[in-house]
Design a protein around this ligand. Sequence first.
Ligand SMILES: C[S@@+](CC[C@H](N)C(=O)[O-])C[C@H]1O[C@@H](n2cnc3c(N)ncnc32)[C@H](O)[C@@H]1O
Length: 237
Amino acid sequence: MSSPSPAIEFQLSSVAFFGRTFDEYLRFFALDEAALRRGRILDVAAGPSSFTAEAHARGISAVAVDPLYGYPADTLTAHVQIDYARMLAEMRRKAGGFRYRYFPSLAAAEVSRRAAAERFLADYESGFLQDRYVGASLPRLPFPDGIFDLVLCAHLLFTYSRRFDYAFHLAACRELFRVSSGEVRLHPVCGLDGKPYPELSRLLDELSLSGIDARVIPVDYEFFPGSDTTLVLRRSA
Ligand SMILES: C[S@@+](CC[C@H](N)C(=O)[O-])C[C@H]1O[C@@H](n2cnc3c(N)ncnc32)[C@H](O)[C@@H]1O
């Protein structure tokens, strides 16, 4: 694991509707395709990520949740256009501050992120009708207890820790765990400034009191400095 660099700090006024690919998810969640084939997957705060569209095309059972799902495809296309322009402009401004491990260049990252959104948008209307895309917001999810074998949440908790307070983080982690049969993965474990989530040990202690074992694992992925770990929640033995 490398130490966070102070060289990069995003200036975003709201949570961006911005998404990554299936392959990127495998890397930053330290998963392989065989693990995903073992059961039902839930991706929370999925945005325009192509994870669920690509998983579905591979025959993997995946459902995505985002507050914006339920809006017409045209509205989501407009969100993608606006947020991608804003995010990519910010990324270009900070181009020297990224770690080029997964992507060889910023241009490669841009191509991949745009491809993710296009793949998501192509799947959205039919997927919504098939309940593959569900409109909902943490800290409340509209699912019964334990129905997903693996629950994923990327680039919301910790990433936007200035927007969401500690109580939100704790409630969100408990809710993600409630709908899982025993495993949740969250990435990254740092903010947009690359610094580790400051209340992590308090959060892990409180989760432990609820019977949830929480571990931070290193992952073979890093784009913004400090984003090379993932938090894994499991039921305590
Ligand atoms: C930066 S995107 C991350 C997309 C995807 N998980 C990824 O890593 O590529 C963050 C998403 O969180 C969604 N979001 C914002 N507030 C939320 C909440 N309270 N619960 C769930 N999702 C939320 C936004 O709509 C946005 O699509």
